[in-house]
Design a protein around this ligand. Structure first.
Ligand code: GLA
Length: 357
């Protein structure tokens, strides 16, 4: 039985790629949350939640047309693979074999290379299960795609629960030893996607350490204490409070764009690690995950060149990402939790976004 507010996912034509491939949008709703997902990139095109007065707003940055996504999206709402965040020089060794993956961010590889999972077409199947509604997204990434070894079979499940939580379950298997680090790249603005800066949003991250980076945003390998730095979000503070502090790490990234080392580490079940709140609307979100890390990116590279879903221009800091993940450049950092996946193993991670209003 579907809970009141639950609705079987509805499929619509969203647009076509240049080669004629049809891209569909899937609309689902449950527990007050409305989600629109594209078969292109598994993109969350819109995610609506109510404010303290019950008024819905789309809290996820995005575009209105498939052409805009194809023309160049900074990963708005997308599924990221095979490797979320950066791999230094796009190079690493696996069981003694040298691997070179797609370089697309200066000399480094970012978010799986130039044609990552965010720009691929996924097979989407709707489901209802008990009081949940959701989508299964499937994709097989061929051996050698973007330089990554192994045929990677991926299944991502987007679930909306009767409480309006959005849950993501990632699963993957390989036929050769490889590395995997899947995540979701939603840009949140809880005031609404055209609501202006997120610097007044309040954020808490349960992490005593973060991974400092070099000027190319590759971790140095150190786990640095957040205590006494702008990176200390253990006590709730606004995103803007310390963003203008002249700290070398903030200068490198033009703001926050770092991996927080979650105190709970890798867990079998999702554990709450961060809460984001917009005091003006009363909307709040808690992120729970099985992952050991979270990239908090404060939308530093939004530069007023893109026009979003609501017809307004996105400027720096108009959205923020909380990308649950394994640490960047783990394939080159033996001291970081491993991202290696071997034949016979199943990669499984879960992240849940719970909304309050
Ligand atoms: C991630 C990266 C950022 C940036 C954005 C997309 O968050 O860490 O450096 O590339 O994606 O613009």
């Amino acid at each position: 039985m579907l809970a009141p507010g639950g609705r079987t996912p509805v499929k619509n034509l969203f647009g076509k790629l240049a080669d004629g491939t049809e891209i569909h949008s899937w609309s689902l709703e449950n527990g007050g949350t409305r989600l629109k997902v594209l078969s292109y990139g598994g993109i969350v095109q819109s995610l609506e939640i109510p404010d303290r007065h019950g008024r819905h707003a789309n809290v996820s940055l995005g575009f209105d047309t498939i052409e805009d996504y194809v023309a160049g999206s900074p990963y708005f709402g997308a599924l990221i693979g095979r490797y979320g965040n950066r791999i230094g020089d796009g190079r690493f060794t696996l069981d003694g074999e040298a691997c070179q993956v797609g370089v697309n961010d200066g000399v480094n590889s970012l978010h799986g290379g130039a044609e990552g999972f965010d720009s691929r077409v996924w097979d989407v199947e709707p489901f209802t299960a008990g009081s949940d509604v959701g989508l299964y997204l499937y994709r097989t990434s061929a051996d050698g795609e973007m330089g990554y070894p192994g045929t990677l079979k991926v299944k991502v499940t987007y679930t909306l629960t009767e409480h309006g939580d959005w849950r993501i379950d990632y699963e993957a298997t390989t036929d050769k030893v490889t590395v995997v680090n899947l995540t979701s790249h939603v840009y949140w603005n809880l005031a609404g996607e055209s609501g202006g800066t997120i610097h007044d949003h309040e954020l808490r991250i349960d992490a005593s350490h973060f991974t400092p980076v070099d000027s190319g945003l590759i971790p140095t390998g150190e786990l640095a204490e957040v205590a006494g730095t702008p990176f200390d979000f253990r006590r709730t503070k606004t995103v803007g409070e310390d963003i203008r502090v002249a700290h070398q790490q903030l200068l490198y990234a033009k703001g926050f764009d770092h991996n927080w080392v979650l105190d709970k580490g890798v867990t079998a079940e999702p554990v709450a690690v961060a809460t984001l709140r917009d005091p003006s609307s009363g909307r709040a979100m808690t992120v729970s995950t099985t992952e050991p890390g979270m990239q908090f990116y404060s939308g530093n590279f939004l530069d007023a060149t893109l026009v979003g879903t609501g017809g307004t221009v996105y400027r720096q800091g108009d959205g923020l990402c909380l990308e649950t993940q394994h640490f960047p450049d783990s394939p080159n950092k033996p001291s970081f939790p491993s991202t290696v996946l071997r034949p016979g193993q199943v990669y499984r991670t879960t992240t849940v976004h719970s909304f309050e209003h």
